[in-house]
Unconditional design. Sequence first.
Length: 240
Amino acid sequence: MSTAAERYNFANVETDGKHLINNLLMQCKVFDVGSVKNENLMKMGNKDVIASYLASALKLIERQHNLVINQRVDISSYQKDIIKLQSDVIDAQGKALQVVDRIKRNVEDSVESGMKKSYSEAAKLAGTTPTSTVISPETLKSVAKQVVIEEELSRNIMIFGLPEEEKEDICASVGNVFELLGEKPKIVASRLGKKVKSDPRPVKVTLRNATTVQHLLAKSRQLRDSDKFKAVFFVARPHC
């Protein structure tokens, strides 16, 4: 069974309308519809000619009328789809907020746990034991400094075995290695030590956070399967 669009040829309604209007204007010998008068229509020819144009106009009007009705139905359907999509988006946003809130709580818990651990380790290094007693400002400064140092070191990676060129863009070279592992982090990289002919100097790389460091360390085994970077390996948290 054919659709309304096929029966009334909606695709050509606009073209057929323009064609009919242009023919009528030519027969009436005017340039626009506003200039058409009764006397112009009467000069188009005999009654059969006028009746033929009238029949064509009625058929075109019917097609346009059905096109409008069909578009209303489509709009109504689209509105229902839009309302459903909006509802789905609201639900998704709600779920996303729940996930974000859950991640936030997990991060806060991890940070709190990490701070406690760092404080405990730093306090031991400072020669103190965390207790309920009052801690001196000097001890707090020492602990805070140690925590900052630990955090800073956790963002570093040392790369060994990376081929060294005469005029190299070291950040680009490191970026090629990381890209092979499916990572594209922002980095600051530099060679360490004096240049020698025999072996490439190690590269110190600083990343934005310790999480990225852990991702790269976990993937570094994949370099063994690379022809170009088979000899490259990573070491975390260089004390330099």
